[in-house]
Design a protein around this ligand. Structure first.
Ligand SMILES: [Fe+2]
Ligand SMILES: [Fe+2]
Length: 124
């Protein structure tokens, strides 16, 4: 099954989320707090921007159930803020790694089951 929607900018962003799985594995293997920094920065900046860009695009496509989609994006954004807070407050990396893993798994599921519905929809 292809995860591609055939909108290059969105597909690139989603590809980056899949890559985060490996970055997270590497950070855990390094077992250093600093290794999680770039992942958290990526989530805080690029993922949050992606949600906005995607919602903007979906509005032009009459994407079905956009409201619940936005709510799910908001849930991810809240989770990202929570993880960043844990990191800033110096919580044990085990908790941070676990939080990031859950988030990435949920975002990958989201891409494969919900964002994928953009495929075939046209801009109006
Ligand atoms: Fe997305
Ligand atoms: Fe989405």
């Amino acid at each position: 099954m292809s995860d591609k929607i055939n909108i290059p900018s969105i597909d690139n962003h989603h590809g980056d989320v899949f890559k985060l799985t490996h970055l997270l594995d590497e950070a855990i293997a390094k077992n250093s707090r600093e290794a999680f920094g770039p992942i958290i920065e990526f989530l805080s900046i690029h993922c949050v921007n992606h949600f906005n860009e995607e919602e903007e695009l979906m509005r032009t496509m009459n994407f079905p159930d956009l409201k619940s989609h936005e709510i799910e994006h908001q849930r991810f954004t809240n989770k990202i803020k929570q993880i960043k807070k844990m990191y800033d407050e110096n919580l044990h990396t085990t908790h941070i790694a676990y939080g990031i893993r859950q988030l990435i798994d949920a975002m990958i599921f989201h891409v494969q089951h919900i964002d994928i519905k953009m495929k075939g929809l046209k801009n109006e």
